[in-house]
Design a protein around this ligand. Structure first.
Ligand SMILES: [Ca+2]
Ligand SMILES: [Ca+2]
Ligand SMILES: [Ca+2]
Length: 288
């Protein structure tokens, strides 16, 4: 859907005597403002947009949890679909509104997990090629920016390290607008490879329709004993104070912390014959 923003055009028409150029921009505020700033008197700003007015329907297509017990991140991932397509920028916005971010792939194992759960199915690829969006974005303001492989960032701020580009990618092809990360299927066969692709919906016919959202796991806590004191802490916090972690989701209500170890009757830090002799010596004597 295209329309002309009448107020902007009117302003610019009044400012000049002829149309110097027609500038096509996407409909978000920052992009429009940038185009206005860059325009000359008489330029027409034409806004091609997909705003909330005609926002496509977005639905969850399933989720998967990668438990830390199995060596995973402990995070949960969710696949969404939006027919007929969704731009990277809009998928990124939706992910953040959901409390997550477009999936950040930090290792071959994580890429494999995502592929096995969400990216193996050719039906998830637009026109057999353009697979689910991931949380990678190329930024020209990065110090290491270069085309096509420099300046890439992750949606959660994590350092860009692991990559799994398809051979020949990133390509920065098609006029050099490719700056967003998605899976790609080669000749309609998904293999977990990545592609750089247009971040907006410059090419509606070839824009992915699926995206993967990653949610950080809530911080798990449990009862932590330090001598006879108890506090609810994360395992790491408990280790920091050299406490004894009682297990995930335990609470101080159902844990009794003991100052000394069981059997150490004379409290000298070890259990030995002296403790037995002490117990025998006091055998039958009522405790206070
Ligand atoms: Ca991740
Ligand atoms: Ca690029
Ligand atoms: Ca590419």
């Amino acid at each position: 859907m295209r329309y002309i923003c009448a107020s902007i055009v009117a302003t610019l028409v009044l400012a000049g005597t002829s149309f110097a150029a027609t500038i096509n921009v996407l409909g978000d505020h920052a992009t429009i403002q940038g185009a206005i700033n860059a325009s000359s008197d008489g330029d027409v700003i034409q806004i091609a947009t997909k705003t909330a007015l005609d926002r496509p329907r977005i639905e969850s297509l399933g989720s998967a949890h990668w438990s830390s017990r199995s060596g995973g991140t402990g995070n949960t991932y969710e696949l969404f679909g939006s027919t007929p397509y969704i731009s990277w920028t809009e998928a990124d916005l939706v992910a953040r509104q959901l409390g997550g971010y477009l999936a950040v792939v930090s290792s071959a194992a994580e890429n494999q997990f995502l592929f096995d759960n969400f990216a193996w199915n050719p039906d998830l690829y637009r026109n057999g090629w353009w697979g689910p969006w991931l949380g990678g974005r190329q930024s020209t303001s990065q110090l290491d920016y270069s085309e096509p492989g420099g300046g890439w960032t992750w949606a959660n701020g994590e350092t860009w390290a692991y990559t799994n580009w398809q051979p020949g990618e990133p390509s920065n092809g098609n006029g050099g607008v490719e700056s967003a990360l998605s899976y790609i299927a080669f000749q309609e066969i998904p293999a977990g490879y990545w592609n750089d692709w247009a971040a907006h919906d410059e090419w509606p016919a070839d824009t992915p329709w699926t995206f993967i959202v990653e949610y950080d796991s809530p911080e798990v806590t449990g009862a932590c004993c330090k001598d006879d004191a108890c506090a609810t802490l994360t395992p790491l916090q408990c280790a920091d104070i050299e406490g004894e972690y009682a297990g995930d989701y335990t609470t101080c209500d159902n844990i009794e912390c003991q100052a000394a170890c069981l059997g150490d009757a004379d409290s000298n830090g070890e259990v030995n014959i002296d403790d037995i002799l002490l117990v025998i010596a006091r055998f039958g004597v009522p405790c206070p």
